[in-house]
Design a protein around this ligand. Structure first.
Ligand SMILES: [Zn+2]
Length: 414
């Protein structure tokens, strides 16, 4: 094999950081990673870059099909008000047009190799595949009444049948939008079928909806024709929790009490934080130190351009670093390397034999004392652009894809 060796001032492997490290590459695949002094005798002289080298990133929660709504949905009044504005604006201007393609190209410039993209239309499937981005398109359904959710599932099945085959490394998984918007039986079925993503505990109004069947989300559902609503449980986490598993993404987790935290911890679900979206919509963040102390699996996402300024996972980590200065940036970076959470397990760590995607962050002559802090608080905060050293290549499939269920079956495709 012909191996190329690339060295950086620092190399993040996803698990450790090496000063004067190097990566031996066979095409896009990692042949070895280690100190330059060890790799050069084995593989030959390295191409030495004035850069930090790192695994490509994961944006575990976005909605690419809302990319045309950037800057158009004001926040600050909480989630119910924001959802109301989003629905009204999207009804007037449903199609993302070129904005979706541009958003995918931007993701790649921002160092992203895998996504958890939430889509009602599956419009992102083809552009993501073309750009070589891996992960999961969560095909989202909602509808609180029996009639609305059955119609949504039927429409989702039809869309799925008409959709192009997913590119290698991408999968589609039908997912419920949220506890306050999805019929409880279908919410449970979809989460149990997994993998699935659900918006959870994003706003205190979800708790009010679950406890008493009242508040702005109850009003929203009544306006859509739902019968008076029963109390569902003590919180959205209590309602969804028993159906969450290791393949679940619980997105936001801002409004958690101690019991919710325990339920999430027992579920095995990955909590996805979207701090800049949360700040825009409700002005409040998930309690990161508490989530870290509880040992929950974590990932980071941007949410859509309708509530976040860009699609940069590192910029989200910079927002967390500003809000929680007690958390060292070296503990933040793994949130942007959780490829397993979106079904792309090779993304986010440099392991021999894998092609996770490798980025260079040019240092421009600076010598930071703490390279993790520099990556997050300078490179990430300023949204500087990466150079790709190697691209992500999904491992060849080892088993046949799961067939879609026949039409008419209650359980959704995927
Ligand atoms: Zn979202």
């Amino acid at each position: 094999m012909s191996v190329r060796v690339v060295a950086g001032r620092w190399v993040f492997t996803g698990a450790a950081v090496l000063a004067d490290g190097a990566i031996a590459l066979d095409g896009d695949a990692v042949a070895a990673v280690g100190p330059r002094a060890e790799l050069e005798p084995r593989f030959g002289p390295a191409e030495r870059l004035d850069a930090v080298l790192l695994p490509a990133l994961v944006n575990a929660h976005t909605h690419l099909e809302l990319s045309h709504l950037g800057g158009r949905i004001p926040g600050g009044e909480g989630l119910p008000a924001w959802v109301h504005l989003l629905v009204a604006t999207r009804a007037q201007d449903p199609g993302p047009g070129r904005a979706l393609e541009e958003a995918v190209l931007d993701l790649v410039d921002l160092g992203v190799a895998a996504v958890g993209d939430v889509s009602n239309t599956l419009a992102s499937l083809e552009p993501l595949g073309r750009a070589g981005v891996a992960g999961t398109v969560f095909h989202e359904v909602f509808g609180f009444s029996e009639r609305r959710i059955e119609a949504a599932l039927a429409q989702a099945r039809a869309l799925r049948e008409a959709a192009p085959a997913a590119a290698p490394g991408l999968r589609v998984a039908t997912s419920p939008h949220a506890v306050y918007s999805t019929h409880p039986r279908v919410l449970a079925e979809l989460l149990r079928a997994g993998p699935a993503s659900v918006h959870l505990a994003e706003d205190p109004a979800e708790r009010e909806f679950c406890v008493a069947g009242s508040g702005p989300f109850a009003a929203m559902n009544r306006a859509l024709g739902s019968a008076p609503l029963p109390a569902l449980g003590r919180s959205a986490v209590a309602v969804a929790g028993p159906h969450l598993g290791r393949g679940s993404l619980a997105v936001h987790a801002v409004d958690l009490d101690e019991e919710d935290l325990a339920v999430l911890g027992q579920s095995g679900a990955t909590v996805v934080l979207c701090p800049r979206s949360n700040l825009h919509i409700g002005g409040r963040l998930a309690d990161l130190p508490r989530l870290l102390a509880a040992g929950l699996p974590l990932a980071v996402g941007t949410d859509s351009l309708a509530s976040a300024p860009t699609l940069s996972p590192l910029a989200e980590l910079a927002a967390l670093a500003r809000a929680f200065p007690q958390v060292p940036p070296s503990r933040l970076l793994p949130l942007a390397w959780n490829g397993a959470a979106v079904g792309a397990p090779a993304v986010g760590r440099l392991a021999a034999g894998a092609a996770p995607g490798i980025l260079a962050a040019p240092l421009g002559g600076v010598r930071p004392a703490d390279p993790a802090r520099w990556l997050v608080e300078t490179f990430g905060a300023e949204e500087r652009r990466f150079t790709w050293i190697a691209r992500h290549r999904p491992a060849p499939a080892t088993s046949a894809p799961r067939p879609a269920p026949p039409a008419g079956e209650t359980s959704p495709p995927g």
